[in-house]
Each structure stands twice: as structure tokens, then as C-alpha cells.
Design a protein around this ligand. Sequence first.
Ligand SMILES: Cc1cc2nc3c(=O)[nH]c(=O)nc-3n(C[C@H](O)[C@H](O)[C@H](O)COP(=O)(O)OP(=O)(O)OC[C@H]3O[C@@H](n4cnc5c(N)ncnc54)[C@H](O)[C@@H]3O)c2cc1C
Length: 411
Amino acid sequence: MSNPEVLVVGGGPGGAAAAYHLAAAGHDVLVAEKKEYPREKTCGDGLTPRSIHELSLMGFDFSVPEFHRVRGLRAYAGDRMLELAWPEHPVYPDWGGVIRRFDLDGRVAGLAGGQGAEVRTGTRAEPVLADGRLAAVELHSGDRVEVVHPEVVVVADGSLSRFGREIGAARDFSRPFGLAARGYYSSPRASDDHIESHLSLSDAAGANVPGYGWIFPLGDGEVNVGVGVLSTFHRWKEVNTSTLMESLEATAPGSWGLSPETATSVPRGGKLPMSLSVGPKVGPNWVLVGDAAGAINPFNGEGIAYAYETGRIAAGHVHAALAGGDLALLQGYRLELDDTYGLYYRTARAFVRAIGRPGVMRALTRTGLRSRTLMEWVLRTMANLLRPGERHIAETAYGMVERIVQIGPEP
Ligand SMILES: Cc1cc2nc3c(=O)[nH]c(=O)nc-3n(C[C@H](O)[C@H](O)[C@H](O)COP(=O)(O)OP(=O)(O)OC[C@H]3O[C@@H](n4cnc5c(N)ncnc54)[C@H](O)[C@@H]3O)c2cc1C
């Protein structure tokens, strides 16, 4: 396929989902992925019900041995603990999972291949600009360079998004982002059926840091352990994620068996572009999806589901533009993103600004963990699993936060 209708740059969750849905709609799709599968991706490897839903739409086989199913979330703040099941929801399942990205991403790219997309690994894409416009794309595979002229390019090259920046996309620095690091440990509780989060993170001086630590069981003898911090924390530039990892290792329940001796990997870190902070999302002949669009949920640092979702939503608009012979229809993608996530992410930004003050975070976690009802609502809000139209306490409270955010200044 030397001149595909659609070129997808990057074969992570965002690119694979866009390719899957476009190929399923009958388009010629070429995915350029610079690495070879299976490949490492620094991640917590945690899948919420939203990710499970998207994977189900693509026919993912959850019976593969690498996939570990989980029933809910266990939250700790100091010595207080609450175990919460994933909620019932009309759209999303009441279960989640953990699977190494090493195993997940190649499989999902394979599903796109199954729909007819060509997935070319070991192939780096570089934009060719003419008068500031994306005119063609160079595909570098080893010593070979091929120039292609796709009608539309889906940019799914992850959080650094070099391709996206070269064609004119930029991050809005006023919006929050996260920094996170993760490592693997062997653990006697590797088959636990809950993911675990630790809400009282402290730095080397013992001061509270807004963010959270996690322990996600992989079901294969190991757990994924990590920490994430938000840029809204006034001292976030001083935060050292390695120190936070050591602190989590030392303070997590001993039953996990976390210690320098049980670590099986060196911790690796990465950036979390949040709240759809990169734009424009649509150019004359391109769209941004996943981390390249800054799609991570600021409430919980989850990005896999949002990469799948934005990939699928973008595919719908690329299909409409190609079928209608009018690339101006790509703008519908931007509008649907605003519709789907605008208010929720605005609420999330207000929330993460508030918890940037360590006292607020401390007070919230201590008070919150006293009330199961409140924490169930917090879980459903943070995981974006509120039920539409339901007159339940959670929705009422969320509605109140929405109204406060709507009348307040842009956070
Ligand atoms: C430490 C950490 C922990 C996290 N934990 C979780 C978690 O538990 N759950 C969760 O939901 N999210 C988590 N996230 C976020 C999640 O990893 C991302 O949101 C998600 O990977 C975004 O998918 P993507 O497809 O947009 O980008 P990526 O997964 O980064 O994929 C981009 C792909 O593009 C390829 N590429 C890049 N440039 C080019 C190029 N020029 N040509 C060809 N190919 C290219 C890359 O090789 C890569 O395969 C975490 C992030 C970090 C840093």
C-alpha cells in the first residue's frame, strides 16, 4: 500500500483504535509504528471499565493468560483503607484488568490488522511540509525511505508527539499535567483481585504530595508499582519520583513484599499530558488522538481508555470526511471532543488545582475514606463512570460541582 487513504502515525492504543475502526469502515489504512512488537511502554498497565469497553468493541480476547481481571479498587490514606467494587453501569462493565503494555499493544494492533489495516513496524514517520501544510509523510524503515501522500493522517505518536509538534500542534501550558514512574516487583499478592491506590504520598522530608501511588497486580507473580504527581502542586518541580517510589516501597502494606530485593526492573518515568491540553486537534488533513492530543484524565491519570476512545471518535469523523469528499468535516471531531469531555475535564482541572495544595489533599483523603458512600461517588467520578441521567446522590453532587465550575472562572 504505497499511498494509503489514511496514515496512522504510532501503533499504541490511540493509533491502533483509529486504525481498527477505519479499516472496519472499509478504508485503506497504513499504521507506521517505529518500534517492533512486543515493545515496552512505561505505564501502570491498569485498565478501567472504560478501557475494557473499548477493547470489547474491538473484539479483544480477555482469556489470554497475560490478562489479569480485577473487581475493584482498594484505596489507602495512611492506615485507613476502603475496598470499592467497580460500579454497575449501563455501558461499562463492572470489572477492570491489568496487562503489561508489552503484551497488550501488539495484540490490539493485530486486531486492526485483522480488519485489513497494514501495520508496518520498525517504521518511523516524519512529516513533509509545504507552505506550512502537511503535504506528505516520509516513512523510514532501516535504510529505506518511502514518501506517501495519504488523504488524512491520524497523529497518535504519544506524549512527546514530535510529529504533532512539527505539523503545528502545541501544548497549552496553563493546563495541568502529570509526572509518573513505575517499576515491577515480584510479589506474593500478584494475583490479588483489586488494584490498589495510596493517596497519602510523601516526599523525602515526609511532606504530603498531591498525587497517588499504585500497586497493580499482574497475575503472573509480579506487580506494577508506581507513583504519579500533578503539576498543580506548588513545589512539583522539586518532586523526585524515585524518592516517592522508595517511600511507597517502604510504606505499602508488608504483605505485598515490596523491597529493593524484590524489584525486577529499574523504575522508568514519563509525562502525562492531560485534559486535552494539546491543540489544534484538527488540521486541514490531520487529527490528533490519545496522548498526542493530551487526552489523559486529570482525575486519575488514566490514558489508555481515552486513547482508544479518541482514536474511535476520530475514526468516525475521518470516515465522514472521506466518504463525503470534504476534509472540512474533520472539524466535527473537535466538536465531538468538546461535547464528550469538555465539562468533565473542566471540572477535573478545578479539582486538581484544589488538591495542588497539600492540606486540601490531606483533608480530602482523610475525610473521604471515612465515608463509603462518598468514596464510591469519588471512584465513579474519577474513573468517569457516572451514569447519565440517574438521580442518585453521586450525580447530584457531581452536578453541583459542575454548576460551581460553570459559574466560576476558568481554572
Ligand atoms: C508511568 C505511567 C503510568 C501510566 N499508567 C497508566 C495506567 O495504569 N492506565 C492508563 O490507562 N494509563 C496510564 N498511563 C497513560 C498511558 O500510558 C497513555 O495515556 C497511553 O499510552 C496513550 O496511548 P497513545 O496511543 O496515545 O500513546 P503511546 O502509548 O505512547 O503510543 C505511541 C506510539 O507511537 C510510536 N511512535 C512515536 N513516534 C513515532 C513516529 N514518528 N513514527 C512512528 N511511530 C511513532 C511509539 O513507538 C508508540 O508505540 C501511564 C503513563 C505513565 C507515563
